[in-house]
Structures are given as C-alpha cells and as structure tokens.
Design a protein around this ligand. Structure first.
Ligand code: PLP
Length: 391
C-alpha cells in the first residue's frame, strides 16, 4: 500500500519541498505526527498560528459561526465582518478595512488602491511602486513582481510594469528612485522571508518623511510582522510612524485564510463600488475566527507576553552565538528571530526535526524562530540545548 507521502507526491503539484512527516493534530505550541511523535513548533505555520494550535476560543468561535452562517456574498452586510473591521480600525492608524483571503491578495489590493488614488486625482502617470531588494510580497503576478528577489520572479515574464527595487534600509536609494511616476513605496517593517532583516531605528521614520515630502503613499506589508508578532500589535508602532496603507494576513485568523488591507479614510475613498472585490473576502466564518483572535489577544495580553518571550528568546540565541562562531549574526524583534549561520541551514533544520523541534530556514542560511506567541521559557531552553548540540 502506498504511504500518505507517496500519495501526496503523486496527486499534488510539486511546489513545496516538504519534510517527511505527516502532521495530524496540534495543541498550543505542540504538534503530533501520524506516528504519535511530538514536536515543539517554532514555525507556527510560518507566523500564522500566533495563539497556538486548537485554541479553544478560536475553535468555539468557528464552530458556532459554522453552525449559523458560513458565507453570504459581500452584497450583504454581516456582523462579524463589521465588528472585525471596527476592531482593526480602532487599534490602528486606519479608517477603513478591505478583506481578502491571503497576504498576496491583501497586497494586490494595496497596489491597486495606490494606483487608483493617483488616477482619481488625474495623475495616472503616477503608477510606479518602489519596493525593496530581498522583500517578499506574494506569488500572484503583481505581488511576485513587487517581490525584490529575482529567484521568485524568474520564469514568469513578462512581469507587471511599474515596479523598481532598491536596497533595504537605504533611504538615499529610495530618494534617488522616486520620480514623477512614483505613487508609493511598499516595504516590510522587518523582512521575514528575506532572512529576518531589521532596519535601523530611523529608517521608517525617514521613509515616512520622504513620502510626505514627495507626496507619495507609504504601504507597509505587515503580513508577517502584524498581529503581535514583533511585540507590538503592528510593527510600525515600534517606529512611531503611521503608514497610509497596511496589509495583514497570516495570523489574522490564526490559520483560517484571511487577509486585510487597511487604509486611511482619505486613501480608501479611491475604492468605490466595483473598484475591487473578493467573493470570499471577510466571510462571516473567517471574520468570526479573526474576531476571536483579536479579542483573545487583547484580553489575554498576548502582545506583552510576546515581548517578554521575545526578549528571552533573543537573549538565548545571542548566548548561543557566543558559544558557536558559525552563528554570524542574530536579528529580530519580538518572536520573529533569526540566527544567520555561515553555512547552509537545511541540515540544522533536519536535525532539529529529528530531535522533535520544528524550525525553519529563511534565505538559505538564516535559522528562523517564529513560535506561537503563547510559547514559554521551557521549550525555548530545550531548543537552545538542542541547537547547542547540533551546532
Ligand atoms: N507578504 C509577506 C511579508 C509575507 O511574509 C508573505 C508570506 O510569507 C506574503 C506577503 C504572502 O502571503 P500569502 O502566502 O498569504 O499570499
């Protein structure tokens, strides 16, 4: 009889390099495979399951809503979607939200909105968006074009017109790249897929000032950094700035597919009925899950716990660096932490898996630690012991 892994390889397009385990259930920061082996999850679905697996409040919200109303068209109003939008708006810079199903779709909406905003002002020659080298914004045609990594864009020509790339954390490069055709700068506050790259403390504030001076929009892609991951609800809060547009996804509904684009009232007004839409965007079901997420985060003070655990993890990884010269740099904020090593990271990830720990490698040689925000000290200590042995 064929194993499940063989069946999967036979039936599913090979777009993923998968680890040879079949995961069947999870609870908190633990997951189990089909053979009953337990793993501590420092991947969290790549910064998705911020409240951990099988969180009772999320499960209950989903079950209750599934029993009541899963989907109606966006031709009608629903309470969960409205309440969620109100919550996000209240806790952010934004005046309005648009709901989508993924990070890429949220970014698509942001790209379209920036162009439409200037087009409505009679400035349709302002369509160019500046993004950063090493960035990651998604896999749809527009968002892979926005992504500043040639390995992700390769093979998909012709790409969408109107994107240019500059080095991350280089304000002068952006200044030089802005011209009369630029409508926006789009940037991750911390590059996640690019290898946990944290900019200098002034970078985003300088960028905000530059955008204001040039009359262009600042789009923050907080798909990975949002929803408490960096020790603030949104990463921009660390830098005392506000964007014009921000995108969210990943942890927004703790694993149910949901993306959101938030914008100031002024910018959002460029979208009118028919400008943009999504059949599944903000269904009652995913909105109910996301509402349970935001309420749980608030009531259980998840963000301050993340900050504490993030400091603990950062300190532990820095100690590991002093003992192992193969770690060349440790970077991160909150529970988004990367340890760059002077060799391929894949064998380290494989060895951690064999020892019962799921970790991930970004950009080839950056060990990335992105556990659920409910993690505590003990699993962090155990992972450090294991890494100490492996390195
Ligand atoms: N933007 C950032 C910063 C991301 O990290 C990702 C995914 O890793 C995306 C966008 C794309 O999100 P999705 O895979 O949900 O389309």
């Amino acid at each position: 009889m064929k194993s499940l892994i063989e069946r999967s390889e036979a039936a599913i397009v090979h777009t993923y390099n998968r680890f040879p385990i079949v995961l069947t259930r999870g609870k908190g920061y633990r997951v189990w495979d089909a053979e009953g082996n337990e793993y501590i999850d420092f991947v969290a679905g790549i910064a998705v399951c911020n409240l951990g697996h099988a969180h009772p409040r999320i499960a209950q919200a989903v079950c209750r809503q599934a029993d009541r109303l899963v989907h109606v068209s966006n031709l009608y109003y629903t309470e969960p979607q409205t309440e969620l939008a109100e919550h996000l708006v209240k806790h952010s810079f934004a005046g309005k939200a648009f709901f989508a199903n993924s990070g890429a779709e949220a970014n698509e909406a942001a790209i379209k909105l920036a162009r439409k905003y200037f087009s409505d002002k009679g400035n349709s020659e302002r369509f160019r968006i500046i993004t950063m080298k090493g960035s990651f914004h998604g896999r749809t045609m527009a968002t892979l074009t926005a992504t500043g990594q040639s390995k992700i864009r390769g093979g998909f020509d012709p790409l969408l017109a109107g994107f240019s790339y500059v080095p991350f954390n280089d304000i002068d490069a952006i200044e030089k790249a802005v011209d009369d055709t630029t409508c926006a700068v789009m940037v991750e506050p911390i590059q996640g897929e690019g290898g946990v790259q944290v900019p200098s403390q002034d970078y985003l504030a300088d960028l905000r000032r530059l955008c204001d001076r040039k009359g262009i929009l600042l789009i923050l892609d907080e798909v990975q950094t949002g929803m408490g991951r960096t020790g603030a609800l949104f990463a921009y809060e660390h830098y005392n700035i506000e964007p014009d547009i921000m995108t969210l996804a990943k942890a927004l509904a703790n694993g149910l597919p949901m993306g959101a684009m938030l914008a100031t009232d002024e910018v959002a007004s460029a979208f009118t009925a028919g400008s943009h839409a999504s059949t599944f965007g903000g269904t009652p079901l995913v909105s109910a899950a996301a509402l349970a997420v935001v309420k749980t985060m608030e009531e259980e003070e998840i963000v301050s716990h993340c900050k504490k655990m993030g400091d603990y993890l950062m300190n532990a990884v820095c100690q590991l660096k002093t003992a192992h010269s193969c770690i060349t740099e440790v970077r991160g904020k909150g529970l988004l932490v990367g340890a760059e090593i002077d060799r391929d990271g894949a064998p380290v990830v494989d060895k951690c898996l064999k020892k019962g720990f799921l970790i991930n490698c970004a950009h080839g040689n950056v060990l990335r630690f992105i556990p659920p925000l409910i993690i505590d000290k003990e699993p962090i200590d155990r992972l450090m012991e294991i890494l100490d042995g492996i390195l």
